[in-house]
Design a protein around this ligand. Structure first.
Ligand SMILES: [Zn+2]
Length: 301
């Protein structure tokens, strides 16, 4: 284990909505190799805030799959389900700064306010119905359901441009107009659960994560997370998004479309397949030997 003074802290943060599949091992391996190649730490975080979607036993299954591949967390595994107090403190700080506001809209109301359904986002762009003064009319007596980030207030208070720009170590320069493309996103859901974006940003900061290496399907969240970091006065880590693994039908592998659980009965084969996807040559020997060979090669790809 690396000293606690490591200047590099990376993480792998699976959701226990099913076991790891071939695509998730690519992300796990890339984050592990990037951490090791930088002499850094690699931490595992279980993103189980969306409890209705979590599957009993999935966490244990994921940890066994990682262990079979010799990918072990430096330090204790963090469970987001146990960290509500931290998320509440972050929301309180945003509310105190006037950067978060309660929303009374149902999903149906938000969707019906759209002229067209956005293709890339699962949720419709929030039209700003419940924005408080001076941005909008506020709740107008309706009961609050969820909490949202007031993007315009964040950009005004922190003197930020409308366009959020950042550099991705794999994808190059990136930008997103979050207010226009996503809208004021949810921090605490109507069902009382913490939203993914808030939990990730709070935990990345509290764990001291300096480098986020994850699948390209999550790249779309980066601008929202950067805005939240700036709103909360937290540092922005480096970002690298790894190429996705596609099934034969061209669909990306995901638990949602029934990707097969990763078979780790032969861990070296599983690791070799993931490594090939990252442009690394196949290795023989033990998984540990393969991992150290790829660590040496990592900076060259
Ligand atoms: Zn609303």
């Amino acid at each position: 284990m690396t000293a606690l003074t490591a200047t590099y802290v990376g993480r792998f943060a699976p959701s226990p909505t099913g076991p790891l599949h071939a695509g998730s091992l690519v992300a796990a391996l890339a984050s592990w190799l990037d951490a090791r190649a930088h002499g850094g730490q690699w931490q595992v975080r279980i993103e189980d805030v969306d409890t209705p979607r979590c599957i009993p036993g999935a966490t244990e299954h994921i940890l066994l799959q990682l262990a079979a591949c010799e990918l072990h967390s430096d330090g204790p595994i963090l469970y987001q389900s146990a960290r509500g107090a931290h998320y509440q403190a972050a929301l309180d700080s945003l509310v105190a700064q006037g950067l978060a506001y309660p929303c009374a809209c149902s999903r149906k109301e938000i969707e019906s306010a759209q002229s067209q359904q956005p293709a890339r986002h699962t949720a419709a762009v929030y039209p700003g119905t419940c924005l408080p003064a001076p941005y909008g009319p506020g709740l107008q007596g309706k009961p609050a359901r969820a909490w949202r980030l007031n993007i315009r207030a964040v950009q005004q208070l922190k003197s930020l441009p409308t366009l959020t720009e950042w550099g991705d170590e794999a994808l190059g320069p990136q930008q997103q107009n979050v207010a226009q493309e996503v809208g004021d996103f949810v921090l605490r859901r109507a069902d009382g659960l913490w939203a993914y974006q808030l939990a990730v940003v709070v935990d990345d900061a509290l764990q001291g994560v300096t480098h986020v290496v994850r699948g390209a399907d999550l790249s779309d969240n980066t601008a929202r997370q950067i805005l939240l970091q700036l709103a909360l006065g937290l540092p922005t880590p480096h970002y690298r998004h790894t190429p996705l693994v596609f099934a034969a039908d061209g669909e990306k592998l995901s638990k949602q479309n029934g990707a097969q659980a990763l078979d780790v009965s032969q861990p070296l084969s599983a690791l070799n397949a993931a490594a090939a996807h990252l442009g690394l040559p196949a290795q023989s020997g033990t998984p540990r030997q393969a991992l150290s060979a790829w660590t040496m090669l990592w900076h060259r790809i």
